[in-house]
Design a binder for this molecule. Structure first.
Ligand code: 5RP
Length: 269
């Protein structure tokens, strides 16, 4: 890695610990005005300084984030399909590298759809993006998107993560699953997890702690933070797991304390 690439990468994954808390607010690129992200500025503002980096599209970046913010930007540059369209996997690269540089992106993010009708197209997109990113020292995050019909198991996710890394992704986002260690061990670059659909906070914190214990480098989490009734407390609890090695119960206690709830269960795991 050259200096620029290393510098940007270290803004995404903390040097020393290799951990990261990325806040995902890119959902609108195919879901439209997702619940509690209808007004992105309102959702992002209280969380911005608590995230190590922010993942979003150029449209939301320009309209809803102050250019004076110091939070590193992970720019989603793939899209082209919607939740009601023909096929979600039919994505292209939507944002040029020149634009990404103008927007001072620290990382570029793109989805791949392994096993889908448009697998080849999305892998071609990834390869092209990595080539462009390498030219200018910008790392690439590959998002292993999972179609409804795909099993979220270690075999499938391991395949998707490994292919992403082989094509040059610098970091890969996937989902936690049983035998997650196999996914991490089979992927030569850092693996971070998405939170997925909103869960009760205790469950989302357990998922995070399990993933970290199984070797994940951190999270790229959205709905389980900003769809919580207490998003600030939630991101702080997630940070405590990722950066301070809290276990799930300790993190839930912290969440409860910060959000004015009482932790009722004393179980420590
Ligand atoms: C959508 C994405 C999201 O950023 C990703 O799924 C993370 O968000 P969440 O934690 O809400 O699942 O890449 O394609």
């Amino acid at each position: 890695m050259d200096w620029g690439m290393k510098n940007r990468f270290s803004q995404i994954i903390r040097p020393g610990t290799g951990r990261c808390v990325m806040l995902a607010v890119d959902h609108g690129y195919f879901l439209g005005p997702t619940e509690r992200l209808e007004n992105p500025r309102e959702t992002i503002e209280p969380l911005l300084n608590l995230a190590d980096s922010l993942m979003l599209t150029r449209g939301v970046l320009r309209s809803s984030v102050s250019p004076e913010s110091n939070t590193p930007i992970v720019l989603r540059v793939s899209g082209g399909s919607s939740i009601i369209g023909e096929d979600l996997s039919k994505e292209t690269i939507t944002t040029s590298i020149d634009e990404a540089i103008r927007l001072n992106a620290s990382c570029l993010a793109l989805s791949i759809f392994i096993g889908s009708k448009y697998e080849f197209q999305t892998l071609k997109n990834l390869s092209k993006l990595v080539n462009e990113g390498e030219k200018y020292g910008i790392p690439v995050l590959a998002v292993t998107a999972v179609g409804k019909e795909m099993a979220r198991d270690s075999r499938y996710l391991g395949l998707a993560c490994r292919i992403a890394a082989e094509l040059g992704a610098h970091v890969v986002k996937t989902y936690h699953c049983a035998d997650f260690r196999k996914v991490v061990d089979g992927c030569p670059v850092p693996v971070i997890i998405a939170g997925g659909k909103k869960l009760p906070e205790r469950d989302a914190l357990s998922l995070t702690a399990d993933a970290i214990q199984d070797g994940a480098s951190g999270v790229d989490m959205g709905r389980n933070i900003w769809q919580s009734d207490n998003p600030v407390a939630m991101i702080k609890a997630v940070r405590a797991i990722v950066h301070e090695n809290y276990n799930a119960q300790q993190a839930y206690d912290l969440f409860s304390e910060l959000s004015g709830l009482k932790s009722t269960q004393k179980r420590v795991r």
